[in-house]
Design a protein around this ligand. Sequence first.
Ligand code: KG4
Ligand code: ZN
Length: 414
Amino acid sequence: MKILAIETSCDETAIAILECEGTEENARFTVLGNTLLSQVETHREYGGVFPMLAKREHAKNLVPILESTLEEAELLREDTQAIPEEMRIEIAKFLAREPGLAEAFFAFVSECEPPEIDAIAVTTGPGLEPALWVGINFAKALARLWGKPLIAINHMEGHILSALVSRREEQEAVLEIKDTRLPVLALLISGGHTELVLMKKWLTYELIGQTRDDAVGEAYDKVARMLSLPYPGGPEISRLAEQARAAYDQTAGFGSGNTPLGLRLPRPMLHDANCDFSFAGLKTAVLYLLKNNILMDSRPSQDKNISEEDKADIALEFENAVADVLWKKTARALEETGAYTLLIGGGVSANTHIRRTFTEKMQGDYPGVTLRIPPASLTGDNAIMIGIAGFYRALRTDLPPTDPITANGNRSLA
Ligand code: KG4
Ligand code: ZN
């Protein structure tokens, strides 16, 4: 079946069209079209995602992205379509909240044939509600117009399932999920989430542990801001930390464990007998470090007194602390659950040091457990993961349909 997937939960506007085949145990996805428009530049001057701006950008981008994705998938057939007045009024209501969206929508759809797709999948949460609503209403308008079923997708389920894919060699567009041994333990690390989730049966989730305060991506972004690094901070911290790591390994020998400047940041809840996390204390420790030791004027937002080397040293120790905690808690969860597969999903799974740490530790300590990490192109938010989850949901006719489809910023998996 062909699924058109829409993702607008945060600051990426994305649409993908996937040809999906197979079963839960042996699924195969051919990416027919995929467009992702990042709003990073728009939000940079605010130092974070500004929900109302995100929503406006989604509304502006959705029609052009739909057109280019259909075109890439070779599903765009130009033809004048008459839209019955009653349907037009109904659809206009879905789109009325975004200025200009209904006009752009009708201008496009009245000139193209309904494409040969079987269903539309859309993210309904978690995420920023104003942003989610734009995608949901757009999906509802398309589903009504083209008479296609609409599938509500949990964004985190998209991160989980897309972390299980492997690419076919020399077939860039083909993604497969196969040889997955359940139970699967998922470490989800993103801007809004840090949690350990167990999947004993497909699409059934049990929360094993979660952050009690900040998400790990949020901690990365906040520490980056303290160091006056541009938004989004995760990749910036990672880049500086890698630089420092290479420099220390060169002078002290690889894996010497030397900490720069005698810097030591806390590893919150490392030894607590549970699988929960806390990152607020780590972030505050960086703030105090900047106030007391490095910045003369105690205003961390002003970086005039902090050298690039100091920033890199802090980034390195911060990242080491994060990886230590993530690993220790995940190892505990592996022991407790007896999972056969571990996956890491969410935007922070792009992090080089976390990927490396987990790869090494898993080989050394849990050689019998399979580690799955998403390909780099699928770590951040995208619509391919929503299409994949859409297929898994479509396979399950036993699950009740989600009706009505609404946005929920805090939607949970379990
Ligand atoms: O999953 P995602 O794209 O959006 C959410 O659903 O939150 O995750 C975004 C988060 C941001 O906090 C960003 O700074 C972080 O992922 N991130 C990284 C890296 N790339 C993105 N954090 C650490 N290292 C990276 N390389
Ligand atoms: Zn995400």
